[in-house]
Design a protein. Structure first.
Length: 161
């Protein structure tokens, strides 16, 4: 839920700057439907890749970063650590918007926003989680985090554990 909440700001900025563009909104909508189990992964994946493709077709570094932020955020349905892509690309957009100077305040403010929203969702998720359907692959109890398991395996293989 946190990721869909945080995607609203970059989506709104894109819609304001590119009112006739539909790829970012389609990626968001189809990813939400994917999370609900109403569409299959290939449909949402195609929309996410189309969103990333828009970034390659425009000549504005700020919006290139925002398109990638949206694409990565939408891909969180598939791999939870893609949420970091939203954060990194959106923070990159802030740095670009500030011409690579005096961006620290805006970046810090955005990080605080992410943390506040995450804490809010942590405290309020029960209110919303029963109001929507979830795809079976997202609600399996005790489902291991594959990336965490891979990290432990790699760290162990390198003799760091």
């Amino acid at each position: 839920m946190w990721i869909f909440d945080c995607l609203q700001i970059p989506l709104d900025e894109i819609k304001t700057a590119y009112p006739n563009e539909s790829e970012s909104q389609a990626a968001f909508m189809l990813s939400d439907l994917w999370a609900r189990g109403e569409v299959k992964m290939p449909v949402a994946k195609r929309a996410i890749l189309d969103c990333h493709a828009v970034a390659k077709s425009i000549d504005n570094d700020y919006f290139i970063a925002l398109y990638h932020a949206v694409g990565q955020g939408c891909a969180t349905v598939h791999v939870e650590t893609h949420a970091l892509g939203l954060v990194f690309y959106e923070l990159t957009a802030i740095v670009i918007k500030n011409n690579y100077q005096n961006y620290q305040y805006e970046v810090t403010k955005k990080i605080q926003y992410y943390m506040n929203r995450l804490l809010w969702w942590q405290e309020n998720i029960e209110v919303f989680e029963h109001q929507r359907s979830w795809a079976n692959f997202l609600v399996k109890p005790n489902k291991p985090n594959k990336e965490a398991l891979l990290y432990v395996k790699d760290t162990h293989a390198k003799g760091k554990l």
